[in-house]
Unconditional design. Structure first.
Length: 435
């Protein structure tokens, strides 16, 4: 047994309460056992999804109740795909359960009284929503008895894989596109992962990593483990609706790159209704994409299919021009209602500053894209002043601070009362003109 899997020794076969049944192709109906190492439908090539025995899940949740459940991504384990209790115990014990914050000051700027922020910029261990999905992927890796994991990343998957693999005792190989924030690569190195930047954009890197994972037999968190990975994103829907007292919001506003988060929030909302925890059919999903990479938003706003694009935006974590789960997102928005917006890079940076100055939250461009989108949808009347809106802040601005536009400050003021007094007066004058 390898180092990574030694800790899985324990009561043999101890199972979680997962009610997952099979891997399934939503497109053609192909089904295969959960134990199979499959991620793509052999019949039609579509990505595989996880199916559940929802009747059993609903009964199990009703019987067991909510008291005493952990406040982490495993809270509704009945609706998650991991069956090994040992793998579950090893991963993501502190991931999820991020705060839902009533953004009264930001909401006032947009004329929204019930604006909430789901603040995944504080997710653990790596400060982005990716801790949810990568948590499921690493647990699956342990379930398979493997101790090496790769990933291809626009930034945050890499840091999540590096951190969660380290804690699980697995070796991580992170592949980044050429154009991304160096701080994220540095963070991966500090976390003990091997990092490689490829001479191409994300979509080119993704294709190459798929070939590498199949040739090498190494599991890739967001390629070969993808059906399991994606399920982690549902936990955001579960947490938000529970935090709102099982009263689902009128709107989610979600940033999209590959489309995993938004499509799985949709699935999670559906599941809450199916198992009888909440009525969620009225919740609309709105998509935030940067104007320099907006294939999903364009399909939503203009109709038709997704047309791949070549990304050109400072929102590097959202820069996926050929989104794998894009069609699922478009379906979700068309089914539930909702819309999209495509702010420019300057609008994204302004929105980051506005969020910081009103709510004290420093986010990266993905979160700025969400906030700019909320503002635009409110101004267009697509979100009403008294509707409950949950905007997803999916990543932390400390990771991208080097990229934020510079704002000068006085760096060499004499260290005495006279100079500092004059400086303070200056500060007050500036503050008064901003207010
Ligand atoms: C901070 C952040 N927010 C949102 C997303 C979008 O995720 P998805 O690929 O699930 O659409 C990403 C993905 O890379 C991200 O890093
Ligand atoms: Zn199929």
């Amino acid at each position: 047994m390898s180092n990574a899997t030694q800790h899985l020794e324990g009561p043999i076969g101890r199972r979680t309460r997962s009610c997952a049944t099979e891997l399934v192709c939503r497109d053609c109906g192909y089904r295969t056992a959960l134990e199979e190492r499959a991620f793509k439908c052999p019949a039609c090539g579509d990505g595989l999804d996880i199916d559940y025995d929802y009747e059993r899940a609903g009964a199990a949740i009703a019987e067991r109740g909510l008291e005493g459940r952990p406040w982490n991504v495993w809270r509704f384990e009945e609706l998650l795909p991991i069956t090994s209790a040992e793998a579950q115990a090893r991963v993501g014990q502190f991931a999820g359960h991020t705060p839902l914050i009533h953004a009264d000051r930001l909401g006032a700027e947009f004329g929204l009284r019930k604006l909430y922020l789901k603040d995944d910029s504080t997710n653990r261990p790596s400060l982005s929503y990716k801790d949810r999905v990568v948590g499921m992927a690493i647990a699956r890796l342990l379930e398979l008895g493997k101790d090496e994991v790769g990933c291809v990343s626009t930034g945050n998957v890499g840091t999540a894989v590096a951190a969660l693999a380290a804690k699980a005792g697995a070796t991580a190989y992170v592949f980044y596109p050429g154009n991304m924030e160096k701080g994220k690569a540095k963070a991966c190195r500090a976390l003990g992962a091997q990092v490689c930047q490829l001479d191409g954009n994300y979509d080119q890197a993704n294709r190459a990593c798929r070939e590498l994972s199949l040739a090498s037999g190494i599991e890739f968190a967001n390629i070969t483990l993808r059906p399991f990975y994606a399920e982690g994103a549902k936990t955001m829907a579960f947490e938000v609706v529970e935090d709102l007292g099982w009263d689902a919001p009128d709107h989610f506003v979600i940033p999209a790159a590959g489309g995993t988060l938004s499509s799985r929030v949709h699935k999670g909302l559906d599941e809450l209704e199916t198992v009888g925890l909440a009525e969620t059919a009225g919740t609309k999903i709105n998509i935030a994409q940067a104007g320099g990479c907006d294939p999903i938003a364009t399909a939503i706003l203009e109709g038709g299919e997704i047309e791949p694009q070549t990304p050109d935006t400072a929102a590097h974590s959202l820069a996926i021009g050929a989104p794998g789960d894009g069609p699922l997102v478009v379906d979700a928005v068309r089914t539930r209602g909702g819309s999209a917006a495509t702010p420019t890079d300057p609008e994204i940076w302004d929105a980051i500053d506005l969020l910081g100055a009103t709510e004290g939250i420093l986010t990266e461009p993905a979160g700025g894209t969400t906030i700019a989108t909320v503002g635009q949808l409110a101004a267009q009347g697509k979100i009403g002043p008294d509707e409950t809106v949950v905007a997803v802040i999916s990543g932390n601005g400390l990771k991208t601070i080097q990229d934020h536009p510079d704002k000068a400050w006085p760096e060499m003021v004499a260290c005495n009362l006279e100079s500092m007094g004059a400086q303070l007066e200056d500060f007050r004058r500036i503050a008064a003109t901003v207010a």
